[in-house]
Design a binder for this molecule. Structure first.
Ligand code: ADP
Ligand code: MG
Length: 704
């Protein structure tokens, strides 16, 4: 096992990284490719041929027989289609072949992926195009096959994005364009500005047998029924607790697999809910971080199989314990090594920081609807606004120190250097702890944490693409406006002008700064008074994509076109409708084929006992009789609620538009589902263990 060696001996071994490129390419080819990757130059076919040859040689040396273009359609997961390297030359001999054309471009039938109407207006063909900014890698499939994976963008014949990657790349380009302009206007000679992202990933691990025994987990990824276990997370004994053997074996295997893929798996720990865990890699470029997060999720699932475990990435697999999220840590860095969001020793005099910091605050306030939308998916509906996750109101936490710095700046006061405070532990021999610039309000959906902003609303199953498309674009917009204003004065006046802009932007957008507990009702009231955006469901959130102001923003920065935005909204609504419909079907299936027959059996057992005992003594079966009456009336209620759910679901299916259908699902069907579940859960705790049709929360969440 390679595990015994140092991590650095095998880290990135399955990645076609710079070191491997140098080994397999001539110095000229390598230099040309680096120019394409680093500066965004166009890739010629001749260069693509040479790179393809090197990739094929490396992959074949590692046992690869196939290659695949790997892309991220609008389903939110990834897609791949494998082709072998085998080919026949003119003489009829078998050869290994992989050309520049194979590498750069592939064809996929777009009609099999959601395209929200782009398909209808244009032809069905879709193209996958090599994204050389994210490294190719090899992966072993179960059974030992090895495949070369080429990260690609997926678009239509006319170049419309059919995927999650293309808008992300475009938004990074927008941020780069506007960031470079801004910095150059301030006299800084930079070549490139990039968004850096670190995505923390939460997940549940459960026993595979439990998973297989529950149709709801199998079909929907979450439990649709299930009474609480006697114990939940109230004792706070799961968070950071020591990790059980089986999980710890899983984690080391997972780390190993991720390290081979060049993913810097860094932090792991138990999360708040029983059987919930977290993994965080070290941040990197937004595009690579997004690709890597997809790989992390896929690897989490794959490795679980080895240990007879099942990894659940749904936002809310279990009611009444925490659900899972994904924290999107975001900052902007230059090719000269400046993190624009690093406050430094004296933030009040750090113009780059002040401008970038207020640009984020202003952008997130002005386009809060888009930020909210980027965390919207059907699973997250169960999380946002719960007591474990931020509400759907977007606010920003910047910490007391920076709030003081900003307030002093606006008031024209020179504040003391508050960033040098130390935490007093009261114990002399404990090392001096320097206070973080922010003391991390964990309830805030958007918090400044030292040298980055952390967006905490994203759902665990979601791609990191959407939140970063939004962040990159709204900040690019603010950078653009700031640059235009700076250019109205001469170079010598720009520094003063910058401070004037910062003061104004901060004052205008201060309403979004909030340091209190975001989970309280008081905050919802206060936020309303402040006029903050509060879209409390995803169906409405999707509409913001076609809001005129937002369409203009995306078109102005060439991130998405009106058509692309219309299509995306349609697809998201469609996905919402499909998810709810599948959930209802699963509920009906479980109710009719498992829950109701089990109740009938329990009633029969009781009836037999009542019958027998009454023969001996009239009063002897009183308790059983009342149990039977309770169960019977609950059974009747359950049946009525089931029929009502069925009826509502049918009426939703007849709706004429996606939006109308989604509204029926949201306002009627989901409520009927909750009602049915409540009755089922009341019945569950009355049922004998041997008649329970599937494993309970107690079985699933507390296992060894
Ligand atoms: P916490 O759980 O306190 O939020 P973690 O250390 O688990 O902190 O995760 C922080 C994440 O933020 C990591 O993925 C880390 O690499 C990432 N990160 C750190 N600095 C930056 C930065 N400048 N830009 C983007 N992400 C960053
Ligand atoms: Mg975090």
């Amino acid at each position: 096992m390679e595990k015994k060696t140092r991590i650095t001996d095998y880290f990135g071994k399955n990645v076609f990284n710079y070191a491997v490129m140098q080994e397999y390419m001539s110095p000229e080819t390598y230099a040309e490719l680096r120019a394409v990757i680093d500066t965004g130059k166009t890739l010629g076919l001749d260069l693509a041929d040479r790179v393809a040859e090197a990739m094929k040689e490396w992959a074949s040396d590692k046992g690869a027989t196939h290659y695949t273009h790997w892309f991220q359609p609008l389903t939110g997961s990834t897609a791949e289609k494998h082709d072998s390297f085998i080919s026949i030359d003119k003489k009829g001999d078998n050869i290994l072949e992989f050309t520049g054309k194979n590498l750069s471009k592939g064809e996929a039938d777009a009609s099999s992926f959601p395209s929200g109407g782009i398909r209808a207006t244009f032809e069905a063909r879709g193209y996958t195009v090599w994204d050389c900014s994210s490294p190719a890698f090899i992966r072993e499939t179960v059974g030992g096959g090895v495949t070369l994976y080429i990260p690609t963008a997926f678009c239509s014949y006319n170049g419309e994005a059919l995927d999650k990657k293309t808008p992300l790349l475009r938004s990074m380009e927008a941020l780069n364009r506007e960031g470079v302009k801004l910095l150059r206007t301030l006299g800084h000679d930079v070549g490139r500005v990039t968004a850096s992202v670190g995505g923390e990933q939460e997940y549940f691990l459960i026993d595979k047998n439990h998973f297989n025994a529950r149709p709801d987990l199998r079909f929907t990824g979450r439990t649709l029924f299930g009474a609480d276990a006697p114990k939940g997370q109230e004792q706070h004994d799961q968070y950071y607790a020591s990790i059980r053997t089986r999980v710890s074996q899983y984690m080391s295997e997972l780390n190993h697999e991720l390290w081979l893929l060049g993913i810097t798996a860094k932090t792991q720990h138990n999360e708040a809910a029983p059987s919930q865990h977290e993994l965080a890699p070290i941040f990197c470029t937004a595009n690579i971080a997004t690709d890597q997060n997809q790989l992390i999720m896929e690897t989490m699932k794959k490795v679980a199989e080895k240990f007879d475990l099942k990894c659940l990435l749904h936002e809310k697999p279990f009611a009444n314990v925490n659900g899972s999220g994904k924290h999107n840590n975001w900052s902007v860095t230059t090719d000269t090594g400046i993190n624009m969001l690093r406050p430094g020793r004296n933030p009040a005099e750090n113009n780059i920081f002040l401008l970038a910091f207020t640009a984020v605050i202003a952008g997130v306030d002005e386009y809060a609807d888009l930020i909210r939308m980027s965390a919207s998916n059907p699973g997250n509906e169960h999380r946002l606004g719960g007591h474990e996750a931020p509400p759907s109101i977007i606010s920003i936490y910047i910490g007391d120190d920076l709030e003081l710095v900003m307030d002093n700046l606006v008031d024209g006061q020179k504040g003391e250097d508050s960033l040098k405070q130390y935490i007093k532990t009261g114990v002399n021999y404990l090392a001096e702890l320097k206070k973080d610039n922010s003391d991390r309000n964990r309830t805030s959906p958007f918090a400044f944490t030292g040298n980055k902003f952390e967006f905490r609303m994203v759902g665990s199953s979601a791609t990191l693409s959407n939140p970063n498309v939004m962040l990159n674009t709204v900040v690019a917009e603010m950078f653009k406006r700031i640059t235009e204003e700076l250019l109205t004065v001469s170079e010598s006046e720009r520094s003063d002008k910058a401070i004037e802009i910062v003061k104004r932007l901060y004052s205008e957008h201060k309403r979004i700064i909030y340091k209190g507990n975001n989970y309280t009702k008081d905050w919802a009231r206060e936020a309303k008074k402040r006029g903050l955006n509060n879209i409390d469901n995803c169906v409405d959130a999707y509409d913001v994509l076609i809001d005129k102001r937002n369409v203009e923003l995306f078109e102005r920065h060439s991130v998405m076109t009106n058509v692309e935005l219309q299509c995306r909204r349609e697809i998201y609504l469609d996905i919402y409708n499909q998810v709810i419909n599948i959930e209802v079907n699963t509920m009906l299936l479980m109710a009719r084929s498992e829950i109701m027959p089990a109740i009938v059996r329990a009633k029969k057992e009781l009836a037999l006992v009542v019958n027998e005992l009454s023969k001996i003594d009239a009063g002897m079966a009183n308790v059983e009789m009342s149990q039977l009456i309770t169960l019977s009336s609950l059974y009747n209620r359950f049946n009525d609620e089931l029929l009502e759910l069925d009826r509502l679901n049918n009426s939703a299916s007849k709706a004429t538009t996606c939006k109308k259908k989604a509204i029926i699902y949201r306002d009627q069907v989901v409520i009927a589902m909750e009602k049915l579940r409540k009755t089922a859960d009341t019945i569950e705790i009355l049922m004998p263990k041997d008649l329970q049709p599937y494993p309970s929360y107690a079985d699933i969440l507390f296992y060894e």
